[in-house]
Write a protein that binds this ligand. Structure first.
Ligand code: ADP
Ligand code: ADP
Length: 229
C-alpha cells in the first residue's frame, strides 16, 4: 500500500474555477518525488491536501489507504510534515530552539524526548549557534532551516517541501540538496517537493509529476521525463 494516494482529487477555492482537476498522485516509502509546473498549476494546493489542511471538493486523499477524517487528522499531521514556501508563516516563537520544539511538544511527547529531538534536529541543520536567536530576525535561508528542523523534529514519514530553494543562495541550495538526500536512507523518509528550478530535479528526485492548470500533464521516472524533446 502507498503512504499517500490521491484519487481523482478535485478542489475549487470558494467562487473560483477548480485549482485541481482529477489529480491522481502516489507516493511510496523512501520515494523522492518532484512536482513541477508553472505558477498557479496547483502544486501548493495539492500539497495542502496531503495533510488535511484543505479538504477535497471531490475525490479522495488516502494515507496508508485510509481517507483523512477528523478522527485521524492528528495522526496524519504527525506522519506528513509540510514546510511551506514562505518560512515567515512557520516560525513564530521567541527563540530558534523554542520554535523547533513547538511541533514535537504539540504531539504530546514528554519533555526529555522533545529536548532530544530538538537537539538532534538543530545538529542536523547546523543551527546550534542560532539556538537563542529570535527566528524572525534570521536570514531567509536560516529561517528555512529552522522551519525544516521544526518539522523534522516531529519525525514524519513524509517530508513535503514547497519550493525549498526559494530565497536560498547557491551554497544554501547545495547544503539543502546534500541534507535532503540523506533522509530516505537515514530515516526511510519519503520526500516530496515542488520547484521552479528544473536543474534541481535530477539532483533531488527519482520521479516527477508535471502539473499544468490543475491536472497532471505528465509523470514518470526523472530520466524518462527529462529526455523527452
Ligand atoms: P502553484 O503552487 O502551482 O503555484 P497554487 O496551488 O498556489 O499553484 O494555485 C493554483 C490555483 O489556485 C491558482 O489559480 C491560484 O490563483 C489559486 N489559488 C491558490 N490559493 C488560493 C486561495 N487561497 N484562494 C483562491 N484561489 C487560490
Ligand atoms: P540522535 O537522535 O541519535 O542524535 P541524529 O542526530 O541522527 O540521532 O538525529 C535524529 C533526528 O533526526 C531526530 O531527533 C529528528 O530530529 C530527526 N528525524 C526525523 N525523522 C526521523 C526518524 N524517522 N527517525 C529518527 N529521527 C528522525
Amino acid at each position: 500500500m502507498h503512504i499517500i494516494e490521491t484519487r481523482n482529487l478535485t478542489y475549487a477555492y470558494p467562487n473560483r474555477p477548480p485549482a485541481l482537476n482529477g489529480v491522481n498522485f502516489i507516493a511510496g516509502r523512501k520515494a523522492r518525488i518532484a512536482v513541477i509546473g508553472a505558477n498557479g498549476a496547483g502544486k501548493s494546493t495539492l500539497f495542502k491536501h496531503l495533510n488535511g489542511i484543505l479538504k477535497p471538493t471531490s475525490g479522495e486523499v488516502l494515507i496508508h489507504g485510509e481517507p483523512i477524517t477528523k478522527a485521524n487528522l492528528r495522526e496524519v499531521r504527525k506522519m506528513i510534515g509540510i514546510v511551506f514556501q514562505n518560512p515567515d508563516d512557520q516560525v513564530f516563537s521567541p527563540t530558534v530552539e523554542q520554535d523547533i520544539a513547538f511541533g514535537p511538544a504539540n504531539l504530546g511527547l514528554d519533555e526529555e524526548t522533545v529536548h532530544h529531538r530538538v537537539e538532534s534536529a538543530m545538529r542536523l541543520l547546523a543551527l546550534d549557534d542560532l539556538r537563542t536567536r529570535p527566528p524572525h530576525h534570521l536570514s531567509g535561508g536560516e529561517k528555512k532551516r529552522v522551519a525544516i528542523a521544526g518539522i523534522l523534529a516531529m519525525e514524519p514519514q513524509v517530508l513535503v517541501l514547497d519550493e525549498p530553494t526559494a530565497g536560498l543562495d547557491p551554497q544554501g541550495v547545495t547544503d539543502l540538496i546534500g541534507f535532503v538526500n540523506t533522509l530516505p536512507e537515514r530515516f526511510g523518509m519519503t520526500v516530496i517537493f515542488s520547484t521552479h528550478h528544473l536543474d534541481l530535479v535530477p539532483e533531488l528526485a527519482d520521479y516527477v509529476y508535471v502539473m499544468d492548470r490543475g491536472a497532471v500533464a505528465a509523470q514518470g521516472p526523472v530520466p524518462a521525463i527529462f529526455s523527452q524533446p
